[in-house]
Design a protein around this ligand. Sequence first.
Ligand code: NAD
Length: 438
Amino acid sequence: MERREKGGWESVLDSERTLIPGAEWDSELHRIAVSQFDRSADLVGLEPEIRTQLSRPRRALVVNLPIHRDDGELVTFTGYRVQHVLTMGPMKGGIRFAPAVSLGECAALALWMTFKCALLGLPFGGAKGGVRCDPNRLSGQEMERIMRRYATEIFPLIGPDRDIPAPDMATGEREMAWFMDTYSQQVGHPVPEIVTGKPVVLGGTAGRDSATGLGVVFCIEDVLRERGEAVEGKRVVIQGIGKVGGVVARELAARGARIVAISDVSSGLHEPGGIDLERVFEWVAEHRFLRGCPAGDATPRETILEIPCDILVPAALERQITGENAPRLDCGIVFEAANGPTTPEADRVLEQRGIDVIPDVLVNAGGVTVSYFEWVQDQQKYAWSRDEVTERLRHQMSQALGRVVEGRERYESDWRGAAQAVAIERVAEAARLRTVYP
Ligand code: NAD
C-alpha cells in the first residue's frame, strides 16, 4: 500500500512483479474516490466482501478509435467505458472528451455515479466513459468521426436496458444525436433511449440542457434555507462557465445573487460589483473563450478560487481545491458542481476552517435525474412538459437533501461522509439481497 500511494505502474507491482488486485484502476482520482468511499463505508460498518466489490468497477472496455483528420491524416484516439455496479439496474454515466481521460479517471467517475444515482433513488448503477483528446483542437467533423467510432466500438457493452450514456465535459446534444444515430443504424431502427441529453426533436426531454445547473441552484437554495439565509445579495464565484457553470451563473443572478468572478480554461474574470453575464455570453458565443472579455478585470484562472465570496461553485473539473490552496479560500460555503473538485486533504483543511463543502454526489445530481426522466419518457413514448420536468427535479433534489441532512445526524458526519453513507447503505442492501449475481 505504501508503494501504491506514490502512483504510477511501477508502484502497483509487488516484488514478484504480480499485479496487486485492483491495480488496473489505479489513478490519483480513483484513489481519492476510494478513500472517500472507505470513510463512508466505515460509518455504515460495511462488511468486507461488499466493500471490495464496491471499491472497484465491475468491468470496462478500452477501445482504439482510428479516424481521419480533416487534412486526411489517419490518427488513433483511445476511448473507455467503465461500468461500476450492475446491481441497481442498467448503468448510467456521461461521456467526456478531455486530455486527461484514462481508465483510472473513468473508474473514479463511475464510482461517484453509482452513489449519485443511489442517493437520488434512481434505478441505475454508475458508469463513465470518454475519449482522450483535446476537444479545443478538433473540428466539428473530427468530433463527429470520433463520437461515431466510439459509439460503434463500445456497442457490445451498451443498450437501453444495459448502459445508457449521456453528455459530460465537451459533449452535448450534438454529440448525443450522433451517438443515437450510430447506435440506431447498427440495430436497424431508431433507439432514442440508448442515450440521454439528446435534442428534443430526437426524443430528448425538455429541460435536460439546463438540468444539472438548475439542480445545483435548487440545492444551493435549499441548503441556504436550512441556514435561514437566501440567495439574494450573495457574492458568488464560479469556476468554469460551460454547460453547468453557465446555467448556475444565469440562474443565481436571476435570483438576485452577485456573480463577482467566473473563469474558463482560458482566463478568469473579476468584477466585485457583479459581472454583466449577458456581455460574457455574447463574448463567448463570438470568441469561444473568456480571454479578452471586457466585462471585468482579467484574473489568472488559477487564483479565481481564492477571490472573496459567500458561495464558491467549482464547475470545471476535478482536483481544483487542494491541500495547497484550501488555506487561502475566502468563501462561506462550497457547492461542488463539478465531479471530484476537492481533494481529501482540502476537505480536512476546510473542515478545520469551518467551511462546509456540499458534495458533488448531491449538488450536481440534477443532470442524471433529468436523464432518468428522459429515459422514462423515451420508454413510454410520452413527453412531459418543461414545467413537469422542473417540478419533479426540484422534488427529487430536496428529497435527496433531506436524506443527507438526516444522515448527517445519524452518522455525526460532514456532508460528504453522510451523502455517500446514505448511498452506500442503499447499494449494499441491494447487493445483500441479490447475493453473488450480478
Ligand atoms: P463543459 O465542457 O461544458 O464546461 C467545462 C468548463 O470548464 C468550460 O468553461 C471550460 O473552459 C472550463 N475549464 C476547463 N478547464 C478549466 C480550468 N483549468 N480552469 C477553469 N476552467 C476550466 O463541461 P460541463 O458539462 O459543464 O461539466 C463541468 C463539470 O460538471 C465536470 O466536472 C462534469 O463532470 C460535471 N458534471 C456535468 C454534468 C452535465 O450534465 N454536463 C452533470 C454532472 C456533472
